[in-house]
Design a protein around this ligand. Structure first.
Ligand SMILES: Nc1nc(O)c(N)c(N[C@@H]2O[C@H](COP(=O)(O)O)[C@@H](O)[C@H]2O)n1
Length: 382
């Protein structure tokens, strides 16, 4: 739907609502990031954003701020107001009760519990309702929530760091530190916005990573209410993660996904604080479709894939990666050093993986390249 029918003032207020929504970037999971602005007689009378699941939605926070001034106001909201009773009551009812005159939503909510019913409820109450203003920006705020609501699976962002000659580590495996401190801080932001960090047992064995979000490195101050730690998920067909792995003793939870039925190893991991789940696959591989299916069922929106060339290559080949974020450092690591993806069987140009670079920027002394991958579901639609 064309955005041309909206005024410059409409655009400005929706842009303000989008900025408010972004304040929930690290905190709203598994809920979407949503912002709301109430305007009456050319003045903002209330604004709000959704901060945390179980707490008031953006519209309710804006209505509370506006009080009686909400009557006759226009509500600019970045996602269709909800119509259902979830953890909180329906926002559409609250907007009707407050007497708002017009609602402009950036986009419809694909949550099957909402899906147009919020807008319909407002229209039924005689409120002027429009949607489709700055919809692309609203969509970009919540890639994981929207993908999960539409298809049940999370959005997968694969983070990689490489030298200018495309290497991730020396042949010996030595890899610390390819990128500079600014890029590492940027990675903390990617982790902090994610529901889960997905890795392979090979990475756990080689690097003993912590995979935590650390307030001191995030560089944005700790959100009120504390930092949310993404769920750490290890793809581990042989249950080779040691119970002494560093991540098991750090804040947050760890889920080990395996095809092994070795109960002694599973019990040792359980005793160390991990959760162990069995999935389909072979003795040497966990079915990666089943991994994403499970994470979607568990309400994971954005999955941050931080792993070695084997799992990264398998995810890419299976069409399960939505976005690559590659940090390129001004270094040459030379022959014999390791590459980004293990892609066996990619033999001819017909097998190539197509990417679309959507953003390129300097991060400290490094470059960050963000690229969209043609995923299996997108390829099937084209
Ligand atoms: N329009 C709108 N504004 C917000 O601030 C929201 N958080 C949502 N979320 C939608 O409602 C569902 C969550 O409802 P509860 O918090 O459990 O009541 C979420 O799945 C979205 O569909 N919408």
């Amino acid at each position: 739907m064309s955005e041309g029918r909206f005024s410059a003032a409409d655009h400005g207020y929706m842009a303000q609502a989008l900025r408010l929504a972004a304040r929930g970037l690290y905190t709203t999971d598994p809920n979407p990031r949503v912002g709301c602005v109430l305007v009456r007689d050319g003045a903002v009378v209330g604004e709000g954003w959704h901060e945390r699941a179980g707490e008031p939605h953006a519209e309710v926070n804006a209505l509370r701020a506006a009080g009686a001034d909400a009557r006759g106001a226009t509500c600019y909201v970045t996602l269709e107001p909800c119509a259902h009773h979830g953890l909180t009551p329906p926002c559409a009812e609250a907007l009707v009760s407050a007497g708002v005159a017009r609602v402009v939503a950036a986009m419809e909510d694909p949550n099957p519990a909402v899906a147009g019913q919020g807008l319909a409820r407002l229209r039924a109450a005689g409120i002027a309702v429009e949607h489709g203003l700055l919809a692309d920006q609203a969509e970009a705020l919540n890639p994981g929530f929207l993908k999960r609501m539409r298809g049940g699976r999370p959005y997968v962002r694969c983070k990689l760091a490489m030298s200018l000659d495309g290497r991730t580590a020396m042949a010996s495996g030595e890899s610390q530190w390819i990128t500079g401190p600014e890029a590492r801080r940027d990675v903390q932001r990617l982790r902090a916005r994610s529901s889960a960090i997905l890795t392979g047992a090979g990475t756990v064995l080689a690097d003993d990573p912590s995979f935590t979000v650390r307030a001191a490195e995030l560089g944005e101050g700790e959100p009120a209410g504390g930092l949310r730690q993404p769920l750490r998920v290890v793809v581990d067909p042989h249950l080779s993660t040691p119970p002494t792995a560093r991540m098991l003793s750090l804040p947050g939870s760890t889920l080990i996904l395996t095809t092994s039925d070795d109960t002694a190893e599973a019990d040792a991991l359980l005793a160390a604080g991990a959760e162990v789940a069995r999935l389909p696959g072979t003795p040497d591989t966990v079915d990666l479709d089943a991994v994403l299916e499970l994470l979607g069922q568990r309400g994971m929106n954005e999955v941050h894939l931080e792993t070695g060339a084997t799992l990264a290559g398998a995810m890419l080949r299976a069409g399960l990666v939505d976005e690559l974020v590659v940090y390129m450092a001004p270094l040459l690591l030379g022959d014999g050093a390791r590459g980004l993806f293990h892609l066996p069987g990619l033999a001819s140009m017909a097998d190539r993986v197509e990417l679309e670079i959507v953003d390129l920027r300097a991060v400290g002394r490094d470059w960050r390249i963000s690229a969209r991958v043609a995923t299996r579901s997108a390829a099937a639609q084209s």
